[in-house]
Design a protein around this ligand. Structure first.
Ligand SMILES: [Zn+2]
Ligand SMILES: [Zn+2]
Length: 332
């Protein structure tokens, strides 16, 4: 995949990812500004999956520093009260630049254009991370789809030849020229508007799912991420036993929130037929070698078709997808 993702993920401490093509920062754990430096200024949208400290520890820094470069957006799950409080605090903590942030409280299904091009759209979906979060509440955690919105010929016109399409476009444009909406405009402007109306008349926006990012939580619904070219799924635990035993903070459900295992994450990708998978939010209890070996063993066991990249805890991967995948199997 020819896409740059800079990512750091050490559960309990910090998770953030920077996707330059989308001008998008997903989560803002401690150290995000320190590592990204002036790249911070290129962010159009900061999208936050939930308000655990390892995902928002660096948010105030991001908001302050990004604000120095002008307006930008902060998107977060609408059911989380912490974000409302953070928004209020940010506005008085460093009001000189923090006012540049527009905070968007998102429901599942909400979309947000990132930056000033209409092609890049962020769409939120519900995840399950908090045990007491349920479908009747406004969501407290969200995942995000990164969609490319393309203008394509309308379904009902797809059988037409190019000549017929051009005629259709002209006809719709001509009708617009005589409409009351455009009648009183100067000629040049009227023609321009009519041409645009013609173009829009034969096309419709079609969203292509590029990347799905799940944030923390239970295994995602495969139907939700189906069709993504790339899935970033959390995999806090290498095996189920590590989740069920142990007294560390990650070993819930005693702490009220839940995480996935490598096998669960890969099964989601398999069921959703997603071929490129990033496993992140892997516990710092494991060594790099353990992580690589266990992922390979699970992938082998599942006969996983596709590529897998692990985000090793404690590390900043500057170009994750440029690295050699830990698993690659496209044969037969
Ligand atoms: Zn986390
Ligand atoms: Zn969390």
């Amino acid at each position: 995949m020819n896409l740059q993702i800079a990512i750091h993920s050490s559960p309990r401490f910090a998770t953030w990812m920077w996707i330059p093509d989308w001008h998008l920062l997903i989560d803002a754990g401690d150290g995000a500004t320190q590592h990204l430096g002036y790249k911070i200024r290129k962010i159009d949208t900061v999208a936050l999956t939930h308000s655990h400290r390892d995902h928002i520890g660096g948010l105030l820094q991001v908001v302050n520093q990004r604000g120095e470069a002008g307006n930008f957006a902060v998107a977060h799950p609408c059911g989380s009260r912490s974000f409302k409080q953070l928004e209020n605090f940010a506005s008085v903590f460093n009001p000189g630049s923090s006012w540049r942030a527009t905070w968007h409280a998102l429901e599942e299904g909400d979309s947000l254009q990132t930056g000033d091009t209409p092609e890049r759209v962020l769409k939120a979906f519900r995840t399950r991370h908090y045990l007491d979060d349920n479908i009747e509440n406004a969501p407290r955690s969200l995942g995000f789809h990164l969609l490319w919105r393309k203008q394509k010929v309308r379904a009902e016109f797809r059988d037409l030849s190019q000549k017929e399409l051009d005629e259709m476009r002209r006809k719709i444009g001509q009708e617009a020229m005589t409409s009351p909406r455009l009648r009183d405009l100067p000629q040049a402007e009227r023609e321009q508007m009519a041409n645009q109306t013609g173009r829009e008349g034969i096309t419709e926006p079609v969203d292509e799912k590029w990347i799905s990012v799940g944030g923390d939580g239970e295994p995602l619904d495969p139907n939700e991420v189906r069709g993504a070219k790339l899935l970033l799924h959390e995999a806090t635990f290498l095996c189920k036993e590590d989740r069920d035993s142990g007294d560390e903070e990650e070993a819930e459900p005693t702490h009220g929130h839940v995480h996935s295992t490598v096998e669960e994450a890969l099964r989601v990708a398999q069921m959703a037929q997603v071929e490129n998978v990033v496993l992140y939010h892997i516990s710092t209890r494991y060594t790099d070698a353990q992580i690589r070996d266990d992922i390979r063993a699970v992938a082998q066991n599942l006969d996983f078709r596709g590529r897998i990249w692990p985000v090793l805890p404690r590390r900043v991967h500057w170009n994750l997808l440029g690295e050699k995948p830990v698993w690659e199997n496209h044969s037969n």
